[in-house]
Design a protein around this ligand. Structure first.
Ligand SMILES: Cc1cc2nc3c(=O)[nH]c(=O)nc-3n(C[C@H](O)[C@H](O)[C@H](O)COP(=O)(O)OP(=O)(O)OC[C@H]3O[C@@H](n4cnc5c(N)ncnc54)[C@H](O)[C@@H]3O)c2cc1C
Length: 465
């Protein structure tokens, strides 16, 4: 009988009482023979692997794709270096990601994107300072009204509160359109990536944020990912299909092989867990399954357009005629990318429709149409393009988690809990405070390394964490 088969028998023999049993913290990191399997080589998986490895623990990372980085992905689009996933560090104070970068000689630069053009398709005009101020006031005003609206409406979707707010302002015509766009796009569909008619009102706009402003990693997120992954044992191209866990250890089926270990840390996105493409034995607790069913994934996507020469000036905000979020923002990323580049961002309702039906050519053509409308002239064909599909990617299942009506912070807390002493979870969607962010993912990696007994991180930049 093979070693694997023996372990299977041991696992199954102890399944009944191991499922749902309380987890003792323990100090596996200090025990010889500890071997941790990490599922997923994104920010969370690489962080937990790096922290354990530095503490002298044997670790193997199993990654489905043929690259590391997960939802951070830096690529060349012509001469431009562009992030197709995360682009910003949202805050640098108390951020283990930027602490690691600083200690390892990686640079970050403040986002000082000039927003030069605000265009309203309905009125067919480019708008100036007063319109920007109205939209900023809408954001501030709606945020201030939220406590009262939450008390009035309870567990519903954000659009219900937005409609109430719009009536209360008394705005009509263009002012109402701009106010709705600021709430729907800036506050919901581009921030949470969620459709405004799905995003839950409870807990909305209450998340923690870090100080230090928005920063770009110089040269893209790839540098950070490569630095943290250096020297780790990573198996690429091995999608995990099954995880078995019991008192004696774990087994993971991936890439036509069975991998054995003492512990497994699963860091795949909530979208992958919701899809059920990984078979857990014993099956995940009813609490975790219910939390997964209540949560959902947002759909932020990018269309990257590169030219040999810039024909525009600054970034663009586009308010489409239906206020439904058609290619609402184009960032001038020429400076961080190192070549003339516009990156269109879209999420929520429009993104769900586009990702389900449009070809890449249609997405590029649609984005160019918006630019032509806003600039009032024909746009030269881009020399290079890239189009993302996080929504339909089987190893992402969307851009990042959001809380629809009916879900709550407790669902994220449930996902953060270990399933057993042997099966632990990390990743953006297990961070109740910072979900949707790379730093949230990194913090969950540190959390699980600590849970496995690492008392002090022997990694430059993390000594104080
Ligand atoms: C378009 C977009 C823009 C974003 N912008 C920002 C931003 O500006 N700033 C910010 O802070 N955050 C941003 N985010 C969110 C950020 O990218 C994520 O929160 C973070 O990268 C998640 O890291 P993670 O390790 O939790 O998950 P992931 O990076 O998704 O890592 C999980 C890994 O698991 C692997 N995997 C999946 N299934 C399997 C399987 N069956 N077997 C083995 N491996 C598997 C995946 O391939 C992946 O490598 C953005 C995300 C997107 C999509």
């Amino acid at each position: 009988m093979s070693r694997t088969a023996l372990l299977v028998l041991t696992l199954f023999a102890c399944n009944d009482d191991s499922a749902g049993s309380p987890v003792s913290a323990g100090t596996p990191a200090g025990e010889p023979g500890t071997h941790v399997l990490v599922v997923g080589a994104g920010a969370a998986g690489l962080t937990v692997a790096r922290a354990l490895d530095a503490a002298g623990v044997s670790v193997t990372v199993l990654e489905a794709r043929d690259r590391i980085g997960g939802r951070t992905w830096t690529v060349d689009v012509g001469d431009a270096r562009v992030d197709l996933g995360a682009s910003w560090a949202h805050g640098t104070e108390g951020n283990p990601m930027t602490d690691f970068a600083e200690a390892n000689g990686l640079a970050w630069t403040a986002d000082e994107t000039p927003w030069s053009r605000l265009y309203d398709e309905y009125s067919g005009s480019a708008l100036g300072g007063p319109a920007w101020r109205l939209m900023t006031a809408a954001l501030v005003g709606f945020a201030a009204a939220l406590p009262g609206l939450k008390a009035r409406y309870g567990d519903t979707t954000v659009d219900v509160a937005r409609d109430d707010y719009l009536v209360a302002t008394g705005y009509t015509g263009q002012d109402a359109r701009l106010t709705q766009h600021a709430i729907d796009q800036w506050m919901v569909e581009l921030s949470y990536a969620a459709p405004v008619d799905k995003k839950g009102l409870i807990g909305f706009w209450e998340e923690e944020s870090l100080g230090g402003g928005n920063q770009f990693p110089v040269g893209g997120y790839g540098g950070w990912i490569d630095a943290i992954a250096e020297g780790l044992d990573i198996e690429l191209g091995v999608p995990v299909t099954a995880v078995r866990h019991g008192k004696e250890g774990v087994e993971v089926d991936a890439g036509g092989k069975t991998w054995t270990g003492t512990h497994v840390v699963v860091t795949v996105p909530v979208g992958v867990l919701r899809a059920g493409s990984i078979h857990f034995q014993p099956e995940l607790s009813a609490e975790r399954q219910a939390a997964l069913a209540r949560l959902d994934m947002g759909n932020l996507e990018k269309v990257v357009l590169g030219w040999d020469e810039a024909w525009w000036d600054g970034s663009l905000e586009f308010v489409d005629a239906d206020v439904s979020g058609v290619f609402p923002e184009f960032y001038d990323m020429s400076e961080p990318a190192g070549a003339p580049t516009l990156v269109g961002l879209y999420g929520g309702r429009f993104s769900r429709a586009v990702q389900a039906q449009w070809t890449d050519e249609e997405i590029v053509a649609g984005a160019l149409d918006v630019l032509a409308t806003a600039w009032g002239r024909e746009i030269p064909p881009p020399a290079h393009t890239a189009v993302t599909h996080w929504t339909t990617d089987p190893f992402a299942g969307g851009s990042y988690v959001f809380l629809p009506a009916g879900a709550s912070r407790e669902d994220l807390e449930t996902l953060a809990e270990p399933e057993s002493e042997r099966l632990l979870f990390a990743g953006e969607g297990t961070s109740p405070d910072y979900y949707g962010n790379v730093h949230g993912a990194v913090m969950t990696g540190l959390r699980e390394a600590r849970r496995l007994g690492v008392e002090r991180f022997e990694v430059e930049g993390w000594e104080e964490w």
